[in-house]
Design a protein around this ligand. Sequence first.
Ligand SMILES: NC(=O)c1ccc[n+]([C@@H]2O[C@H](COP(=O)([O-])OP(=O)(O)OC[C@H]3O[C@@H](n4cnc5c(N)ncnc54)[C@H](O)[C@@H]3O)[C@@H](O)[C@H]2O)c1
Length: 441
Amino acid sequence: MEDNNNDNNVCVIGLGYVGLTLAGYMAKHGLLVEGIEINPQVHAALAEGRAHFHEFGFDEVVQEVTRNGSLTASYALQPRDFNRIYIITVGTNINDVGAVNLEPIRQVSAGIAEAMRDGDMILLRSTVKLGVTRDVVKPILDQSGKRYDLAFCPERTLEGRALEELASLPQVVGGIDEHSAQRAKRLFERLTKEVVVVDSVEEAEMVKLVNNTDRDVMFAYANEVAMLCEVAGISSRNVIRAVNHNYPRSSVRFPGPVGGPCLGKDGYILAEGFADKPVHADIMITARRRNEELVNFTTRSVLEKAKARGLFARSTKVSVLGTAFKGRPETSDLRGSMVYQLLDAVRLFDPGLDIRVFDPVARRDEMEADGMVVEATLEAALKDAAVVFIQTNHINFENLNWSKYSHMLCEQAIVYDYWDNQRLGVYANSVAVTSLGNSAL
Ligand SMILES: NC(=O)c1ccc[n+]([C@@H]2O[C@H](COP(=O)([O-])OP(=O)(O)OC[C@H]3O[C@@H](n4cnc5c(N)ncnc54)[C@H](O)[C@@H]3O)[C@@H](O)[C@H]2O)c1
């Protein structure tokens, strides 16, 4: 296919965490970007020169590129009289049985098929199960009868460091053919230092899934060690420290809640792609379930100990510090957060418990929309609480001054830190501060 332009015009469809950061970054790096987004809240935030989510250093970029016109946003795709690159970044959520909803990708592909011109390029960047680029997107584009290039280029940035990582991480590119791969490679070479071209769209799809399931499995292993040590009455932190100490063949992670918009679902997406194949993703699915169980298991065990101390006769308040899916780098993103498992486990243990949450950056309206009772300050969350769970390792929750705070809590309260960031011990008011994997209560 002849290249008849310099690929300066890009259309990003789906301005969520991935699409908007990529669109802003590309606009900042000299491309003319039109974003397509159906959610009015995203447009309202952009009109104010900011993103609708918290991402370090990103609002300044949004302000600059929306003001100078290098990033514009529309509600719907329109045909243009110039060639461009379409990048699909809509969500790929899973349902209750772990099956991915491909409808947004189908709809957007059909919209592109209608709007595109001969010679355009389509890049799929949403995380998909194996085969979606070739078996779902390509047949829809083919129906248009137009000539086009097609590649899969996974998004691998870390929320909270997206801008930094868009510049520093290698971009992986897999084309439907060599021409597509090379054209996608040229685009990303304008944005980052290193582009890795793999042999097919399937290899590129698999790269994203393997990156994320690798992390999930690694953390699940640590969480399983923690759960085994807990029932054995020994400290998994001591065990893991000794395992790793000057021993070059082990690097076991420390345990903790593992979730989020990617790790919470990508194992299921990977597994679904192999459901009809002779080999299944058994390790990945078992790991995901282990990570989900950790929170139920520990929450129940802490609440049982609190009940045995007679704590709930004095106060029914249970507070959760940190609702986002992670604390570092900080994010306001609640999607896939293990806080939901934690809250469910508390409700299941005793529906009469009065559950409060506090998070330094998550949005109050989003937390409330999910049925959480939100406290405005750390102090308000701690006041009279019988049990406190520290769910994220946000910097505001590191090394809290329990000599000061223990007086605010209910007598004999339990503070349970999933991240081991506290000075553990028994404080005034007989408040016990402990952590996952450190010591049995
Ligand atoms: N969040 C991350 O850190 C991350 C990292 C790597 C990969 N991914 C993957 O990237 C994809 C997008 O993730 P996200 O976190 O940005 O999701 P998101 O839900 O934040 O964003 C998707 C956006 O697409 C919009 N949208 C849906 N249908 C549309 C349509 N027909 N036209 C225009 N806009 C439409 C939605 O309104 C939403 O704003 C997913 O497949 C995800 O797994 C996410």
